[in-house]
Design a protein around this ligand. Structure first.
Ligand code: HBI
Ligand code: FE
Length: 294
C-alpha cells in the first residue's frame, strides 16, 4: 500500500493515520476548495437528499479547507464519530477497523485545478464533502460503524468483494426515495456534479430497490457512471441489513458469476428500467422527478 498512490505515506502511524497539518495548505488551495464547494453545493437542491444538504450546511465548510480536529469535536458530540487524517487509500482491514471504531479516514491532499472534474483517487474534497455530512445522520452513522465491524469476518470468509460492494453501492452511490422521487445521498455522486444529476434524472441507468444479497452479488466498474443505482426507502434498511448473518451469503456467492449491473432480475423491485424514457416522462408529469425545482 502506498507505493503507487499519490499521497505521502512516509509518516504514517500503525493505523495509517497522519497529522493533517492544516497550516500547510496554501491560499491557492483554500481558493480551489471554495470554488469546488460553491460549484458542487450550488447544484444540490432538487438532486441531493434533504438531510444531506442540511448536514452539509452544519459543517460550515464553505470558506476554506476544513480543520479535522475542529470538525471532530462537534461531530463526536452528534453521533460519536471523529475524522482521522490519512494520506489516501488505506488497506481494507485498516479501513474497516477505523469505521468500526467511528473514525472516518479523510484524505489530507486536495486535487489540482486541472482535476476539477475527474479524479482517480479520493481526495479531501471527495472524502469530506461527499462522506462527512452523512456521518451526522444518526441511523446512517450507526450503520457505517456496524458495517465496519463486519470487516474481519468478510476477510476471513472470502467475502471481502461482497462487503466492498455494499460500500460502493450504498455509501458511494446510494439513492433514497422521497415523495419527489429519488434523491442522491452517496458520496461518489455528491462529490461529482455530473453524476449527481445523472443518478437522479437520467433515464439510462436501472434504479432497483435495495436488497442486501442483490447488492453483494452485483459487479461494478470504477471508471464510469453506474449502470444500476440501488434505492432505499429509509436508512434504517442499511442498519437492519447489518443484523443479517453475512457468512451464509458469502458461502452462497463464492464462485458465482457476479450480476452484470446492466441487467435486472425478475425478483428486483424496479423503480426505473434502463432507457425507459416513458416512465421518466410520466413521472415528470406527476412532478415525481423534478429536473430542477423552479
Ligand atoms: N481507504 N482512505 C480510504 N478510503 C476509502 O474509501 C477506502 C479505503 N480503503 C479501502 C476502501 N475504501 C474500499 O475497499 C472499501 O470498500 C473497504
Ligand atoms: Fe468515498
Amino acid at each position: 500500500m502506498g507505493n503507487d498512490l499519490r499521497g505521502d505515506y512516509s509518516h504514517i502511524r500503525d493505523d495509517y493515520t497522519i497529522a493533517q497539518d492544516w497550516h500547510a495548505y496554501s491560499d491557492a488551495q483554500h481558493d480551489l476548495w471554495r470554488k469546488l464547494y460553491a460549484r458542487q453545493s450550488d447544484i444540490l437542491p432538487g438532486y441531493a437528499a434533504d438531510d444531506y444538504i442540511a448536514n452539509l450546511a452544519k459543517l460550515n465548510a464553505a470558506d476554506g479547507i476544513p480543520h479535522f480536529g475542529r470538525v471532530s469535536e462537534h461531530l463526536h458530540a452528534a453521533t460519536g464519530w471523529q475524522l482521522v487524517a490519512v494520506p489516501g487509500l488505506v488497506p481494507d482491514d485498516v479501513f474497516f477497523d477505523h469505521l468500526a471504531n467511528r473514525r472516518f479516514p479523510v484524505t489530507v491532499w486536495l486535487r489540482k485545478p486541472e482535476e476539477m472534474d475527474y479524479l482517480v483517487e479520493p481526495d479531501i474534497f471527495h472524502d469530506f464533502f461527499g462522506h462527512v455530512p452523512m456521518l451526522y445522520d444518526p441511523v446512517f452513522a450507526d450503520y457505517l460503524a456496524a458495517y465496519g465491524a463486519k470487516g474481519p469476518e468478510a476477510i476471513a470468509k472470502g467475502g471481502l468483494k461482497n462487503l466492498a460492494r455494499m460500500y460502493w453501492y450504498m455509501v458511494e452511490f446510494g439513492l433514497i426515495m422521497t415523495d419527489k422521487g429519488p434523491r442522491a445521498y452517496g458520496a461518489g455522486m455528491l462529490s461529482s456534479q455530473s453524476e449527481t444529476i445523472y443518478s437522479v434524472t437520467d433515464p439510462t441507468p436501472n434504479r432497483v430497490g435495495f436488497d442486501l444479497e442483490r447488492v453483494m452479488a452485483t459487479d461494478y466498474a470504477i471508471d464510469d457512471f453506474q449502470k444500476t443505482y440501488f434505492v432505499l426507502e429509509s436508512y434504517d434498511q442499511l442498519f437492519e441489513a447489518m443484523k443479517t448473518p453475512l457468512a451464509p451469503i458469502y458461502d452462497r456467492l463464492i464462485g458465482q458469476t457476479p450480476i452484470d449491473p446492466q441487467t435486472t432480475l425478475p425478483s428486483d423491485k424496479i423503480y426505473h428500467l434502463h432507457g425507459d424514457a416513458a416512465a421518466i416522462a410520466a413521472s415528470d408529469k406527476a412532478g415525481q422527478m423534478q429536473q430542477r425545482p423552479a
